[in-house]
Structures are given as C-alpha cells and as structure tokens.
Design a binder for this molecule. Structure first.
Ligand code: SAM
Length: 283
C-alpha cells in the first residue's frame, strides 16, 4: 500500500474517534514514528509503497488510537517548551498550561538574578525541573516524586537533554521536611477531585496515571496545604511557591494561603482561566 492510501485508510478508520483537526495534527507524528520521515519527506514519499513491517505497525497503532491511547504514549514522546520529552503511562503527558507556569518561574528567577535553589514537587516526566534547569543554567534544581517509575522517566529525559537535576523519591503527603532549603518551590500536583473522573475523556482516565491526576473530593487542596506547610521551614528568605491549579480552585486556594500566612497572586492562562498561583510568606 502507498503512504497516501495508508493516510486515507487511517482517516477513515479513526473518523468516529477523532475530530478532523485532531486527526490532521496527530497523523504526521504517527507516520514519522513508523517511517522515520518528517513532514516534508512524507510529501515527497506520498506515492511510495510501505514496507510490510510498516503496514503492520500502522494497523497496530490505528487500533491503539481507536481505543483512545494518546498519540504521545504511542510515539513515546511529547513536546514541552521546545524539547521532546520521553513519556510512558507512568507519567502525565506535559500540558501547555504547565509551559506557562515554567515561563512565569523563569521570568521571576531572571529578575532575582542570582543562582537559585529550586524544587519541583510531583515532577512526573521531569518536564518542569528539566526545563527550568535548561532555562536557568546557574540554578540548582531538585525534582521530587513519589513514583519510582516516574523518576526513571525523568532521569532518562534529563540524560537525553543534558540537564543537571537531582532526583528524590519522596511522598510529600507523608513528609515532615523537604530534602533541603529552596528559593523556589514549584509544583503541578494532582488536583482533580475524584468526582470529576466520570465526566473526563477516556483518553485521559484510561491511560494517564490516577496518582498524577486525582485527589479526594473531601480535601482537593491537600497537596497545596502540605507544600505550603513544608514551605514554612524549607523556603529561604523571600522564597516563593509557584503552583499550577485547577481552573476553579483559585479563590479557595488564595483563601487557604492567606490563612497560612502567605501573600498570594493568581494568574490566568492564555485562555483566561485561573491556572497559576505565586505565594510568599507574609513579612
Ligand atoms: C499532575 S502530575 C505533574 C507531572 C509533571 N510535573 C507535569 O507538570 O507534567 C503530578 C505528579 O505528582 C506525583 N505525586 C502524586 N502523589 C504524590 C505524593 N504524595 N508525593 C510526591 N509526588 C506525588 C505523581 O506521581 C505525578 O508525577
């Protein structure tokens, strides 16, 4: 079968599972994963016959896509702030709103203009820790996660991107302290109340790790509360917390942080949704 025919086949077989726009954006990634051809080469080779092993790989991949497996897990990579990160089902697929959080931290760090100690709590693929370490070469960065499998992914990414990050396996909800003191503690922790699981896409709930996504309905701000508590000992003078948040948690989290003696500032993402918070201890 020729590449062009394979493309038409994929579009037909996945028409019920994906919007046309989504299909058009995942198709070149899927084809590149199997053939090794970039988008330009895919045009040049559109009339070329596929190798039998490629046809087999296409059929297997189509089945996985039809079952809702995210393309990032199929091709084993995701794009974050200009770099490819290896991902598998042990880690959350990095999201665009998290890129905005990293940009905010980096802008802040550049204004401070001194070598900073930074901790990333719930590091997952390591995308926040590694991106900050690449953007701020003078910073000392530590990535913390409860999951050994996630830390394996983070280490692999750090090696591939030659980022110098220290990795620590730690359960932040069971910790009396952090590994060191920091100028910045950044976190995109689990924050989706479990009750929302039923309304979320299967693509997310069946494939991304529950441990990365969900918190109890009763205490959805538990990670922020714990990190703010740990921050009281672990933040250096003028130290800052930076959090990614659920779009409807802004006011509740501002109130919680105020009660815990922090000044906090809320920021919206590019879609105008409350998505990030910066906080520092009141003087
Ligand atoms: C929302 S994901 C964020 C992953 C990555 N930082 C990102 O932004 O793409 C949350 C991460 O917190 C980790 N995590 C969950 N519970 C934890 C705990 N009790 N202590 C430390 N890390 C935890 C999960 O393994 C997961 O990697």
């Amino acid at each position: 079968m020729r590449l062009e025919e394979i493309k038409q086949n994929i579009k037909k077989q996945l028409a019920n599972s994906y919007e046309p726009v989504e299909l058009n954006s995942l198709l070149p990634l899927f084809i590149e994963h199997i053939t090794g051809w970039n988008q330009v080469q895919q045009v040049i080779h559109q009339n070329e016959e596929m190798l039998p092993e490629w046809e087999k790989a296409f059929q297997e991949g189509i089945l996985q896509l039809a079952q809702g497996k995210p393309i990032q897990y199929i091709i084993g990579k995701s794009w974050f702030l200009g770099n490819d990160y290896f991902v598998n089902e042990s880690v959350l697929i990095p999201r665009p709103e998290t890129e905005e959080l990293v940009e905010w931290v980096s802008e802040y760090a550049q204004i401070i203009n001194k070598p900073l100690h930074i901790a990333d709590i719930g590091t997952g693929s390591g995308c926040i820790a590694i991106a900050l370490s690449l953007l701020l070469p003078d910073a000392t960065v530590t990535g913390i996660d409860i999951s050994e499998d996630a830390l394996k992914v983070a280490k692999k990414n750090a090696t591939a991107l030659t980022a110098n990050v220290e990795w620590v396996q730690q359960d932040i909800l069971m910790s009396a302290s952090l590994p060191a003191n920091y100028d910045i503690i950044v976190s995109n922790p689990p924050y989706i109340p479990l009750r929302e699981k039923a309304t979320m896409q299967d693509q997310v709930t069946l494939h991304e790790p529950d441990i990365a996504l969900f918190v109890t309905n009763e205490d959805p701000l538990i990670f922020y509360k714990m990190i703010a508590r740990l921050g009281k000992q672990a933040l250096n003078k003028n130290g800052q917390l930076f959090f990614e948040i659920h779009y409807d948690q802004g006011p509740a989290l501002l109130k919680l942080l105020d009660e815990m003696n922090y000044h906090a500032e809320l920021r919206q993402d590019m879609f105008g949704k409350d998505r990030m918070i910066r906080a520092s201890l009141k003087k």
